[in-house]
Design a protein around this ligand. Structure first.
Ligand code: AMP
Length: 360
């Protein structure tokens, strides 16, 4: 168990690491960020940082010696890096959870084997297996690379009449997964935390709106039935349990209506704090970032209740130029990530707005 004054090591230096470090400080912890990129947003707010590659084992050795527990902010940390560190210091979540969640095929197989519904899927290695998968699953379907996909990158829709070989070429002919297209009515997610000794807490299911494949807005409460709300927590609990997960994670789901009743289909697991949980920063008793720190530190989990109707809006690219307007808006909470350059599609910050129930 960590104690105040100990150091939390974080792999990755983006906004998620930055917000974890910001949450660790009032709990009396120091943070040490390990990231390869120059000027990583988290470097600005941490006690120490190492700028080195994930396969620089000498730098990793020194990092392991300087921290008391290691966590990470993104799922593409090489498993070999996590394993190297785990031989020297506690790493949460563990390399096993990382290995499953960074491969879409392993992840979908894992979730399906728990008896949890996912879209129909098949492995794709080449044009022949893609044709076989299309014959089995039908069209429209979504072809996704097994690894390194995010925000809609590395995926392509295959509709009636589309050329399958061209679609495979479009994703770089990488090992892939073909999924049946889910006619969802909304996208929702559950952010949850689990401790090493099996304690579990889930935030209320969140409704997510995407634009150009990037999360645009999250709102709670979501427009879902109480049954879906309960089922989504049960799904997260079972996934966390089966992974032996330690820390905060998110389960992204599609909300569907079958025979007049709402249900959910799991799309993806994110083994980390998640953009759809940013509303908890100002909108819940305990933020997902503090919750993650508590979980990996082996501490009691915090309360997850929301404080009102909450809306979180991302500031993408130039939208961050509106920072002064946001500041001028009573009750709006501005979060900027300290990124130097506002490239199109880049997440620069977010705003949370809380509408207290008394105001309704
Ligand atoms: P992903 O990278 O798997 O999170 O997918 C990015 C986005 O593509 C999702 O948020 C959905 O809007 C859409 N999408 C992905 N898979 C499917 C699917 N099987 N059916 C329908 N839409 C999908």
């Amino acid at each position: 168990m960590l104690k105040p004054g100990y150091t939390l090591g974080i792999l990755g230096g983006g906004q998620l690491a930055r917000m974890i470090a910001l949450a660790a400080a009032p709990l009396g912890l120091k943070t040490h960020i390990y990231a390869p990129e120059d000027g990583s947003p988290a470097f600005d707010v941490a006690s120490a940082h190492t700028q080195a590659a994930y396969d620089d084992f000498e730098a990793l050795e020194r990092f392991a010696g300087a921290v008391d527990v290691v966590t990470y902010e993104f799922e593409n940390v090489p498993v070999a890096t996590a394993e190297f560190l785990a031989a020297r210091v506690s790493v949460h979540p563990g390399a096993g959870a990382l290995g499953i969640t960074q491969d879409r095929l392993a992840e979908k197989t894992f979730v399906a084997n728990l008896g949890i519904e996912v879209a129909p899927f098949a492995a794709v290695e080449d044009e022949a297996s893609l044709e076989a998968a299309l014959a089995e699953i039908g069209r429209p379907a979504v072809l996704k690379t097994r690894r390194f996909g995010y925000d809609g990158k590395g995926q392509v829709m295959i509709r009636e009449g589309d050329d399958a070989a061209a679609a495979f070429a479009a994703i770089g002919r990488h090992p892939a997964i073909l999924e049946g297209f889910v006619p969802f009515i909304r996208e929702v997610s559950v952010v949850a935390a689990r401790t090493e000794d099996g304690r579990f807490a889930a935030y209320e299911i969140t409704q997510n709106e995407h634009r150009h494949h990037i999360l645009y807005r999250s709102t709670v409460p979501a427009e879902v039935t109480p049954a879906v709300s309960a089922v989504s927590h049960e799904i997260a609990r079972r996934i966390g349990e089966a992974l032996g997960y330690v820390g905060v994670f998110a389960v992204e789901m599609f909300l569907v209506v079958v025979d007049g009743a709402q249900g959910v289909i799991v799309n993806e697991i994110a083994p980390r704090v998640h953009n759809s949980g940013h509303w908890t920063l100002d909108g819940a008793v305990t933020s997902q970032f503090e919750q993650h720190v508590r979980a990996v530190a082996g501490w009691p989990l915090g309360a997850v209740e929301r404080l009102g109707h909450v809306e979180m809006t991302n500031l993408i690219g130039d939208e961050a130029n509106s920072w002064l307007d946001v500041l001028a808006e009573p009750g709006a909470h501005l979060h900027l990530y300290g990124k130097a350059e506002a490239r199109p599609g880049r997440k620069m910050g977010h705003v949370t707005r809380i509408f207290f129930e008394d105001d309704a």
